[in-house]
Design a protein around this ligand. Structure first.
Ligand SMILES: [Zn+2]
Length: 244
């Protein structure tokens, strides 16, 4: 079988000596390739791909969102998020100290000196995210220390590329990703609880899940919300499809 299209999505077909179908969506443009066993009929390939159409579209949407994100110029009109709410950036050039804040529940207004570089505008915005996170974290940690009956000895906000949070159980220390300031605050709370559960159980095993279920029965909702725009860099998204 040659390449074909499903819902206007071009699908590249590669035949190989393999047992199952392997579907892959490639960055940055969301190109789709399916590797198929030699004996599978064209109709079955088409059906298998159609059955995963939702997944394909989701991966392609991720790549588009990541592309948009990396293209930000920190200029007026862009969308920026705080606690899951979207604000339009308004950059106002003026002399004096920089200043940033929400205006009229709609705008993220950034006062900055004329000719400030993109990198420096981004630095100011990230400082603001850090400040917002640092205000929100302590009451949440205190709340969960009380509920879980344990102590976090230290926490930090960090820029992390692949993780929303991490935990050093020996030191009783948790690190939280700066990007969490852009997500609904429930997501921050979920990551705090997740990392604090690691103080009780290091691995993601049944015991770990049991703690999560106990403390935060809705945890999957927040995990899914975070996974909707994953942190990972642009990597190939793959899925195996078992043949009936
Ligand atoms: Zn974990």
């Amino acid at each position: 079988m040659k390449n074909f299209t499903v819902n206007q999505i071009p699908i590249e077909v590669v035949r190989k000596e393999i047992k199952n179908l392997h579907l892959a969506v490639y960055p940055p443009d969301g190109h789709v390739r399916v590797a198929v066993p030699l004996h599978v009929t064209d109709d079955n390939i088409r059906l298998a791909v159609i059955s995963k159409l939702r997944w394909i579209k989701k991966q392609q949407a991720h790549f588009r969102a990541q592309a948009r994100q990396s293209m930000r110029e920190m200029v007026t009109g862009e969308s920026h998020y705080l606690w899951g709410k979207r604000y339009r950036l308004e950059v106002v050039e003026r002399w004096g100290a920089h200043e940033i804040g929400i205006k009229n529940n709609t705008w993220l207004r950034l006062y900055i000196r004329p000719n400030t570089s993109r990198a420096n505008r981004e630095r100011v915005i990230n400082e603001w995210y850090r400040t917002e996170l640092k205000k929100s974290i302590p009451p949440l940690i205190e709340k969960w220390e009380e509920i879980m009956g344990l102590q976090v000895s230290e926490w930090k906000v960090k820029k992390m590329k692949t993780k929303w949070g991490s935990c050093n159980a020996n030191a009783g220390r948790i690190w939280l990703n700066l990007e969490l300031a852009k997500k609904p605050v429930e997501c921050l709370e979920y990551i705090i609880v997740h990392e604090m559960v690691h103080l009780l159980e290091r691995r993601h095993n049944e015991q770990f899940r049991a703690y999560l279920e106990q403390y935060m029965p809705n945890w999957k909702l927040y995990r899914d919300e975070l996974n909707h725009y994953p942190l990972e860099e642009l990597v190939v998204k793959e899925k195996a499809i078992k043949l009936a």
